[in-house]
Design a protein around this ligand. Sequence first.
Ligand SMILES: Cc1cc2nc3c(=O)[nH]c(=O)nc-3n(C[C@H](O)[C@H](O)[C@H](O)COP(=O)(O)O)c2cc1C
Length: 195
Amino acid sequence: MRKTKIGAVPYVAPIPIVLVGADVDGRPNFATVGDCAVLGIRPPLVVVSLSATHHTTRGVLAHRAFSINVPTESMVALVDHFGVVSGRDVDKALLLPSEPGEVEGVPLAADCPISIECRVRSVVDVEHRRIFIANVVQTHVASNLVREDGGRLCVAPLAEIHPILYALDGGYYGVGAKIGTSHESGRSFIPADPR
Ligand SMILES: Cc1cc2nc3c(=O)[nH]c(=O)nc-3n(C[C@H](O)[C@H](O)[C@H](O)COP(=O)(O)O)c2cc1C
């Protein structure tokens, strides 16, 4: 495959778009965020990278906690709006209802089918970024998307959640077809047992 250098572009796509929430001066606020990732399942760790100047960042620093809310495709207009206006100028709580989580200062967006409560364990400053490494404390999933599998609670297939994906072409995308299953798709590479 012939490749062309395009410069230092962190093209790891698609990027799931989330709404990061925190109470700021007692008022819930949410920012649209692409720079959010899972750092581990056990223990459950996440990372969120926010600009130091965001209104939301002030709330996260004050409470050392935040929520990650997974919006759905039908919310794309609101999500885009929350990515261009600041809670400093617009009361976002009027546009997105929320309820308090278990952790103080953490609002859970009522219209998002998944809300994850996170407690900050360390903050890394890189230039204008505040990078929050956090423990997941509790995960709230819309009850119609929760399945029971052998006594264990799990979440419905991704296609039923309709998350918003983003790419560095500036486009918002929906989820495509399922193309494989973990721990199964690679089995064709395992040589057959000669016995
Ligand atoms: C698609 C998209 C992705 C974004 N991702 C991030 C991000 O990862 N980190 C960040 O700090 N800002 C990100 N932003 C910008 C913030 O959402 C935006 O500056 C917002 O107005 C901040 O709101 P606040 O001041 O109320 O916190 C993104 C915006 C859009 C439209």
